[in-house]
Write a new protein. Structure first.
Length: 203
């Protein structure tokens, strides 16, 4: 993973951890968050790897396979988030809602264009080479649809262009980490620990 990707993905986690500590949370409470159906995430990751492998296919075949695979990966990840939101706090559910919204906003331009479009002007501001294509991104043209939901927000310090959905996903990640550090199960256990009985003669 490159430095830019590491910052983009790891930055919200670091910010969420800092916010959790500043608001009285503790990383020691994270193990009490019971995550269910983790196999959905593994399956979504496998689908994503398969989608990236379509870059080596002929253009027509890759184009027809790419959108359904991306949609399936998003659907599996969204299902996992929905399952794990049950029984959680309101703030945790808010984070899940932001993540779902961000994922949907990212999925729409991918679904109608086959890949996530990016604005060449924004790429130039971010000091990226314009016109390049990858298995996940394609430069916008006159025929591009829903470009406003594509990668249009330049981040020059990171040499990256992100989307509105990416911003919501980053906020959601930070909020989920900070909220999980206040998990009530561990907090309740800590509050219900019996006080030590004083030994005779300790007074």
């Amino acid at each position: 993973m490159g430095a830019t990707a590491l910052i983009l993905f790891g930055g919200p986690v670091v910010i969420g951890t800092a916010a959790g500590y500043l608001s009285g949370g503790r990383l020691s409470r994270l193990p009490d968050v019971r995550l269910r159906w983790l196999w959905l995430l593994w399956l979504a990751a496998a689908v994503q790897v398969t989608q990236l492998a379509t870059a080596g296919l002929p253009s027509a075949a890759g184009r027809h396979l790419r959108a359904p695979l991306i949609a399936l990966a998003f659907a599996l990840a969204l299902l996992w988030l929905g399952v794990n939101a049950q029984g959680q706090t309101r703030l945790f559910k808010t984070g899940v809602g932001l993540a779902l919204t961000g994922a949907v906003l990212n999925a729409l331009p991918i679904a109608v264009n086959g890949r996530m479009p990016y604005n060449p002007s924004s790429a130039a501001v971010a000091r990226l080479r314009t016109g390049s294509q990858t298995a996940k991104n394609v430069p916008a043209t006159r025929n591009t649809r829903l470009l406003a939901l594509g990668d249009t927000i330049p981040v020059p310090p990171l040499h990256a262009v992100v989307s509105i959905g990416d911003v919501l996903l980053a906020i959601a990640a930070a909020l989920l980490v900070a909220t999980a550090m206040h998990h009530p199960l561990n907090a309740a256990r800590e509050g219900n620990q019996p006080c030590p009985t004083p030994s005779p003669g300790s007074a």
